[in-house]
Write a protein that binds this ligand. Structure first.
Ligand SMILES: Nc1ncnc2c1ncn2[C@@H]1O[C@H](COP(=O)(O)OP(=O)(O)OP(=O)(O)O)[C@@H](O)[C@H]1O
Length: 227
């Protein structure tokens, strides 16, 4: 039987008192690559935020990588995020340090101490995204696509059980989007589980996969030809 890494049942997603999505039933299994699509303002980011503990789940059931979203406490959130790799549209790299130091910062913050293991891990994730020769560059010396590769490398540091990518190609031109998507596809082929919010329909057509759509306060699975 496939291992479930995310399951929402009859869940409702709120921004404060405003209901954004209701009756959400979603299952993501280990190894899946799942898209979350929908027009601007339909709730993709709110959905993702609920999954990484930025918005509370107050209605329905939600389980993500061993955590129950209904009983998630503030103190649990850093531990939940260690099991998730989160990638954002605007990369969110630390601008005052180079690529390796960006990765080192996360490893130290998540308890890594052994210098050799740290160096090995940083090399490993940078190789995975094709950035191993650029560890000494600062974010401002990198293109948007390169910065996003580093952000993906950062998301891989703690071997996440699920990668949540919220519009990872939203700031990139079409050609660079495809390059970043190739990296995500490669990571997916290596067994990682990925949930990616996007409104880039060209990517969906080029890399078809299971697709969930936010529309009219609901989330439902769509067959590719009707998206
Ligand atoms: N902090 C907030 N407080 C209250 N309402 C919010 C907040 N953030 C977003 N919303 C509302 O929630 C709804 C869903 O927004 P959300 O950002 O989740 O949509 P989205 O599908 O991710 O859109 P986009 O593609 O533009 O990022 C919108 O109507 C938005 O106005």
């Amino acid at each position: 039987m496939s291992e479930t890494v995310l399951e929402l049942k009859n869940a409702a997603i709120y921004q404060r008192e405003a209901l954004i999505l209701s009756d959400v039933d979603v299952t993501v299994n280990k190894g899946d690559f799942v898209y979350l699509i929908g027009k601007t303002g339909t709730g993709k980011s709110s959905f993702m935020k609920t999954l990484y503990g930025d918005l509370p789940l107050t209605e329905g059931e939600g389980h993500i990588v061993d955590y129950n979203l209904r009983t998630l406490k503030e103190k649990d959130i850093p531990f939940l995020r260690r099991k998730l790799g989160v990638v954002f549209q605007d990369f969110k790299l630390l601008t005052d340090r180079n690529v390796k130091e960006n990765l080192l910062f996360v490893l130290k913050a998540t308890g890594w101490k052994d210098k050799t293991a740290i160096e090995h891990k940083i090399d490993e994730v940078l190789k995975k995204v094709g950035m191993n020769t650029k560890g000494f560059k600062f974010p401002y010396q990198l293109s948007g696509g390169e910065q996003q590769r580093v952000a993906i490398a950062r998301a891989l540091l703690n071997d996440p059980e699920l990668i949540l990518a919220d519009e990872p190609t939203g700031n990139l031109d079409p050609q660079t989007s495809v390059e970043v998507m190739e990296v995500l596809q490669e990571i997916s082929r290596n067994g990682n589980t990925i949930l990616m919010a996007t409104h880039d329909y060209a990517l969906l057509l080029k890399y078809p996969s299971k697709t969930l759509k936010c529309d009219g306060q609901r989330v439902f699975e769509v067959v590719q030809k009707s998206v």
